[in-house]
Design a protein around this ligand. Sequence first.
Ligand SMILES: NC(=O)c1ccc[n+]([C@@H]2O[C@H](COP(=O)([O-])OP(=O)(O)OC[C@H]3O[C@@H](n4cnc5c(N)ncnc54)[C@H](OP(=O)(O)O)[C@@H]3O)[C@@H](O)[C@H]2O)c1
Length: 290
Amino acid sequence: MKNSFYTNTKLIGLLGHPIKQSYSPFIHNIAFQFRELDYIYLPFDVVTDDLENALNGIVALGMNGLNVTIPHKVKIIDYLDDLSEESSMIGAVNTITIEQGSLKGYNTDVHGILATLNQFKNEIIGEKVSIIGAGGGARASIFTLIRYFKPKEINIINRTLQRAETLQVYFYDKMRFEHLNSAELFPPDLIETLNSSKLIINASSVGMYPVTEDSPINLEEAFHKDQIVFDMVYNPTETKLLSLARMQGANVFGGLKMLVHQAAKSFELWTGEEMPIEKLSQSLEAMIKK
Ligand SMILES: NC(=O)c1ccc[n+]([C@@H]2O[C@H](COP(=O)([O-])OP(=O)(O)OC[C@H]3O[C@@H](n4cnc5c(N)ncnc54)[C@H](OP(=O)(O)O)[C@@H]3O)[C@@H](O)[C@H]2O)c1
C-alpha cells in the first residue's frame, strides 16, 4: 500500500449540497487508515442540476462507491441501475456501490436509526410518534418505525405540507400502514400532538450548522420527562431542540451515533470489512472537541 503512489487507490465520493458540515470524509478516511485499506474518500459539492453529469463522470473515472446526502437522496434513484430492498421501500438512497459501471443504491440510515432507538423498542411499540421533516431522513425513519417498532400512529410534520402528504400516501401504498397523519410545521397547532408523542424525531435540517440557533419547535410545552427526543442533526452535537427537550426532562439523543453506524454499514458495503466503531467514535469525539 505504501509504495503504490495511488495507482491502485480506490476512490469513494460524497455527493451533496452543501457538504461543508459533513464529518463523513473524516470518518471514512480514518477508518481506511485503521484498517490499512488503500482507499480515499472525497467530498464533492454538486447541485441538483449537475447530478446526472456528476454520476456519468464518476462511472467514467472508475470510482468505487458513493455516499449521497442533502438534497439528493431521493432524486438520485432516477440514475441508478439497481436498488436494495430497503432503499426501494424507503424511496431514498444514501450509499451506492459501483461494480463494472453498474450503480446499486442502498439505505444505511436505517442501521443508524436502529442503533440509536433499538434500546427503546418496547417503549415505542403501540405508542404515538411524531417525525419532523419529509426528506430522506424522514423516509428512513418512517420505514424503520413501521418495520421494526410497530407504533400506534406516526405523524409526519413538515414545512411543506404537500411533501408530508406525499409520504403519507407513499408509505400506505408501500407498507400498508394506515395510521399515518400529515401536518404543516406550525408548532402552536401541534402542542397536543407533540406532547402526546412517546417519540419525537427531528429529520429536518433545522438547527444544523451554521444556523445553530434555530429549532423546529421552540415551545417547551411540547416536551416532558417520559419522552424520547431524537435529533438526526449531528453538527452541533446538541441542537437547540435537544437542549429545550432536555430541560423538560426528556431522554434526548443527537445524530452522532446514527452517523457512525450508517457509515459503518456503508464502509462494509464498499470494502467488505467491518469498521472499527469504538476506535472511530473516540477519534470523532476528539476531533469535534478540538
Ligand atoms: N445523523 C445522521 O447520520 C443523519 C442521516 C441522515 C440525515 N441527517 C440529518 O437530517 C437532516 C435532514 O436530512 P435529509 O437527508 O432528510 O434532508 P432532505 O431530504 O434535504 O430534507 C430536508 C427536510 O428539512 C426540511 N427543512 C429544511 N429547511 C427547513 C426550514 N428552514 N424550516 C423547516 N423545515 C426545513 C425540509 O422541508 P421542506 O420539505 O419544506 O423543504 C425537508 O423536510 C439533516 O440535518 C441531516 O444532516 C443525519
